[in-house]
Write a protein of this length. Structure first.
Length: 254
């Protein structure tokens, strides 16, 4: 059985969760980066013997559209799938349900799902430092439970996850990062942007029609030159504080 870790993690939080889970499942896992815009995802065809761990962040309670598009190019061929939705302590709403639908349509067999909390990628005061040691212990236990079920059961009951139809509407975040005068035009953000929203000839700018506010450019900028408008972020954080300040637990579903 080959184990694949298939991840979209612009700022690293989703990656931390996925690594913790897959480390329990296999010492020899294969990694597929959903943020690679130059990757031909239709080249990935799996088999019934494979186990694929799909980990995506929740954007507004939904699967990021770029993830939907790229996963929908893959060919499941009956491979087993574990679903992971990572969110910044607000809510993941329809993310797992939508991810299950996407994977089922591509002929993956969805056998387990996890919702996990990671530090908010825009408002870092929410879920600061998560996943932390407590989270890692819990995620390791989740992965061990999944591993035991894989060893011991013959039948796979239908995976039940939270969510609602129709999926909640999400039109993106109106805030878009841009660079200040400390930008050196190094081009790191141009190469690393998952959707190609930063023009090579003007790296300090951002195409608002393409940008998904994933915050990768902000996280990887060596000069810390890219950011969002702090006044808008502050106002948004104040509005979200009542729901985002309540501690959320990680969850496991079969």
């Amino acid at each position: 059985m080959a184990v694949y870790e298939i991840v979209f993690s612009p700022t690293g939080g989703t990656q931390k969760v996925a690594d913790c889970v897959t480390d329990v499942l296999s010492e020899d896992k294969k990694f597929i980066d959903l943020s690679g815009r130059f990757t031909t995802f239709s080249d990935f065809a799996f088999s019934e013997e494979d186990l694929c761990v799909f980990a995506v962040p929740s954007f507004g309670g939904r699967v990021p559209e770029v993830c939907r598009q790229r996963i929908s190019e893959m060919i499941g061929c009956g491979a087993q799938a574990i679903l992971i939705a990572v969110y910044g302590n607000r809510a993941y709403e329809d993310t797992l349900l939508e991810l299950r639908e996407i994977l089922t349509d591509q002929n993956f067999r969805c056998i387990a799902a996890i919702s996990a909390v990671a530090e908010h990628s825009i408002m870092h005061q929410f879920a600061t430092g998560r996943p932390d040691e407590r989270d890692y212990r819990q995620l390791t236990e989740f992965a061990q439970q999944i591993k035991n079920r894989l060893k011991n059961r013959a039948e796979e009951p239908d995976l039940r996850v939270p969510g609602n139809y129709p999926y909640r509407e999400y039109n993106g975040v109106p805030m878009k990062p841009k660079a200040d005068e400390t930008c050196t035009n190094c081009g790191v953000c141009v190469q690393q942007c998952p959707v190609g929203a930063i023009p090579e000839e003007h790296p300090g700018e951002t195409d608002p029609n393409l940008c998904i506010t994933c915050m990768r450019c902000v996280a990887i900028c060596p000069e810390h030159a890219r950011s969002l408008d702090p006044k808008i972020v502050g106002a948004s954080a104040k509005a979200m504080e009542p729901v985002c300040s309540v501690y959320k637990e990680n969850e496991l579903f079969f």
